[in-house]
Ligand binder design. Structure first.
Ligand code: PMP
Length: 428
């Protein structure tokens, strides 16, 4: 069933570390061979052996409207013949900045970068430059990319592989990253009390997606907002997953909280390599060339990435029914999964907000990293493989969220629920 993937994986390991260019793809924690993808269209991906999958990863979020969304493909095709990179400004960069500003009201200025990592790393540097303080608070199990300051109690692959201390991250850098449990406002208050006037920013996934999906508890984000205002620290929302997915204006709009800085990722390029960070003018104007907080990128604002992102975001802005359509599908899937999970007898929790969803096999509510880590993740790994062989492509770790796209049909969702029923009957 996976013969071509198997031989490609063997070959890949001869020239690429672990055979992959990003660790979670290696299926290391779930075991087995990663499937090598040949093509994708709408809700489906096809691997090198010709197996077709209903996709719940969606390139880790950005394919809100599905793969190879036709207007995006056509826009890229039209643009590519005009040149692939100039290293000079273009009108299109203004157009996408204006479009984002019209969708996210508290963004006055926005700077394009090339990945979610760069966006978060740059936002933290800016927060430090703006406040003149060094420390940041991040939450256990949140992932903000692989910049040194974030590789402390991180989620996603760092959690999947159980890496406690990342070699190469110096103690000096790690010491400036303070951590506490997600959803624990008192712990954040204690960090502020013990580090008076030292905290530049809190960075948070407003809906966590890198330890499975963990929505914020009632009052948690509001509490962070008022603490930051009171303490003169900046609140940074990492909306790499939630941006332009939970609502037109992302988690800020959906949860009615204004962050000081906001970071976006791959969705801004409709899956092309892009990120961005933005915020209020008085903060953003500290960035070079207006200010001295330096940040740059040869490929930033790349025309192909910009036209792809512009086309997707424009559709999401003009057709906001898309968001309710995706959410209805997510609700339908959740209800169906609950039925088959209840019938299976396994203890479980489904966390869900908007079009983000995850299952943990646990008797306890999953509200932070510790709870996610103490779930029966070995059972999740079995579930993953039982689903994969039935043509359902889930994230290969319980420390990841599933993403619903609007390309999914109700028939696809029914197939997924039926596959889950069979998979649950097969696993232990
Ligand atoms: N922040 C969040 C919330 C993420 O989920 C990710 C990656 N999935 C990143 C930042 C880093 O983005 P990238 O992989 O594009 O560097």
């Amino acid at each position: 069933m996976y013969q071509s993937s198997k031989s490609l994986f063997e070959r890949a390991q001869q020239s690429i570390p672990g055979g992959v260019n990003s660790p979670v793809r290696a299926f290391k924690s779930v075991g087995g061979t990663p499937v090598f993808i040949k093509s994708a269209k709408g809700a489906y991906m096809v691997d090198e052996d010709g197996n077709q999958y209903i996709d719940y990863i969606n390139s880790w979020g950005p394919m809100v409207l599905g793969h190879a969304y036709e207007p995006v493909v056509k826009a890229i095709q039209a643009k590519v013949a005009l040149g692939t990179s100039f290293g000079a400004p273009t009108e299109l960069e203004i157009e996408i900045a204006e479009l984002i500003k019209s969708m996210v009201p508290n963004v006055d200025l926005i700077r394009m970068v090339n990945s979610g990592t760069e966006a978060c790393m740059s936002a933290v540097r800016l927060a430090r430059g703006y406040t003149g303080r060094n420390k940041i608070i991040k939450f256990e199990g949140c992932y903000h990319g692989h910049a040194d300051c974030f590789l402390v109690k991180a989620g996603s692959g760092v959690a999947t592989f159980g890496i406690q201390h990342v070699p190469g991250v110096t103690a000096a850098v790690a010491n400036d990253t303070l951590t506490c449990a997600y959803n624990d406002l008192n712990a954040v208050k204690a960090l502020f009390a013990n580090n008076k006037e030292e905290i530049a920013a809190i960075i948070i996934e407003p809906v966590a997606g890198n330890m499975g999906c963990i929505p914020p508890a009632e009052g948690f984000l509001e509490g962070l907002r008022s603490l930051c205002t009171e303490m003169g620290s900046l609140l940074i929302f990492d909306e790499v997953m939630t941006g332009f997915r939970l609502a037109k204006g992302g988690a800020q709009e959906r949860l009615k909280i204004d962050a000081d800085l906001v970071c976006y990722g791959k969705v801004i390029g409709a899956g092309m390599p892009v990120g961005a960070f933005g915020g209020r003018k008085e903060i953003m104007e500290h960035i070079a060339p207006l200010g001295n907080v330096y940040q740059a990128g040869t490929l930033s604002g790349n025309p192909l990435a910009m036209i792809a992102g512009y086309t997707l975001l424009h559709e999401l802005k003009t057709n906001t029914d898309r968001f309710s359509s995706i959410e209805k599908k997510a609700d339908y899937l959740k209800d169906g999964l609950i039925k088959v999970l209840d019938a299976s007898g396994f203890p479980y929790r489904i966390n869900h907000l908007g079009s983000m969803l995850s299952i943990h096999f646990s008797e306890n509510d999953i509200t932070d990293f510790e709870a996610a880590a103490s779930a029966n993740n070995a059972r999740f790994n079995q579930f993953f493989h039982a689903m994969l062989k039935r043509g359902i492509y889930l994230p290969p770790s319980a420390f990841e969220t599933w993403f619903i796209s609007d390309a999914l049909s109700y028939e696809d969702l029914d197939k997924t629920i039926e596959a889950a029923k069979e998979a649950l009957a097969e696993i232990e």
